[in-house]
Ligand binder design. Structure first.
Ligand SMILES: C[S@@+](CC[C@H](N)C(=O)[O-])C[C@H]1O[C@@H](n2cnc3c(N)ncnc32)[C@H](O)[C@@H]1O
Length: 238
């Protein structure tokens, strides 16, 4: 059984009303603007891109990208989250858990991936796939856990448990009994990993929690350090 299938309450939240859902507020208010700023900077002239959101979860970022005029495909291995995502996106957005669909499609201008790679042990296997699926002049933009955020929270409230500093991995237990292995990698480890595929870093950001955000949303963890590390990689100069 795919562990993510049991987390639809957390990663499959709906956003039908004006208010941003609290379960995704940090993602939407902090990670998304930086991801979108990375898109604007790396594609200053192109208005409409073909985009793959890899590990799209409940599909909210797919919906956002579609709203910005892009042609969007969402892929996630969790069939339950894909079902939720299909209910969250307009019919023009394809969301699938079938890998052959994305492997068989035309290559993408842009691949986005928000908080997926920390949960992947075989990083090289996945980066190899993404590098194959992105166009030669395309870009991959990712959000991952910022290592300082994880270390700070590991010490204070054990957001990540059983953390081993030898392997830099531990477990995230967002719901009792569902322990998901998590792998914390630094910005330079990602740079090195992408360099195997001829992809170089062209954008990097660590967006902090703003006072305005913290006044509105209560986070169940320490917000002293940025939660997200955003990096974009491409086969062209920064
Ligand atoms: C923390 S959630 C993030 C979901 C979404 N990107 C978001 O920002 O809300 C991690 C997602 O990665 C997906 N995932 C984990 N391993 C994957 C893999 N090998 N291929 C595709 N998706 C994967 C999970 O099913 C889950 O939806």
């Amino acid at each position: 059984m795919n562990q993510w299938d049991t987390l639809t309450d957390i990663f499959g939240c709906r956003w039908d009303e004006a208010e941003i859902p609290a379960c995704a507020a940090d993602n939407i208010c902090i990670a998304w603007p930086s991801m979108l700023s990375g898109v604007d900077r790396t594609f200053p002239e192109k208005a409409s891109l073909s985009v793959l959101d890899f590990g799209c979860g409940g599909g909210l970022f797919c919906r956002c990208l579609h709203g910005l005029g892009h042609t969007v495909t969402g892929y996630d291995r969790s069939e339950e989250l894909v079902k939720v995502a299909q209910g969250n996106v307009p019919p023009e957005v394809l969301v699938t858990s079938n890998r052959t669909v994305i492997e068989g499609a035309a290559k993408y201008d842009l691949i986005t991936s928000i908080m997926v790679l920390p949960f992947i042990e075989d990083l090289h296997g996945v980066l190899g796939t993404l590098a194959r699926l992105v166009k030669g002049n395309g870009v991959i933009i990712q959000a991952v856990f910022h290592p300082e955020f994880v270390m700070d929270n590991f010490k204070t409230n054990r957001l990540v448990t059983d953390f081993s500093s030898e392997t830099n991995s531990g477990f995230l237990e967002l719901e009792k009994g569902v322990k998901i292995p998590v792998h914390i990698r630094s910005e330079s480890e990602y740079r090195q990993a992408y360099s195997r595929y001829g992809l170089a870093e062209i954008y990097r950001d660590s967006p902090p929690f703003s006072q305005e955000f913290l006044a509105k949303y209560q986070m169940p963890f320490s917000t002293r350090y940025p939660e997200y590390l955003i990096q974009a990689f491409g086969r062209r100069a920064a």
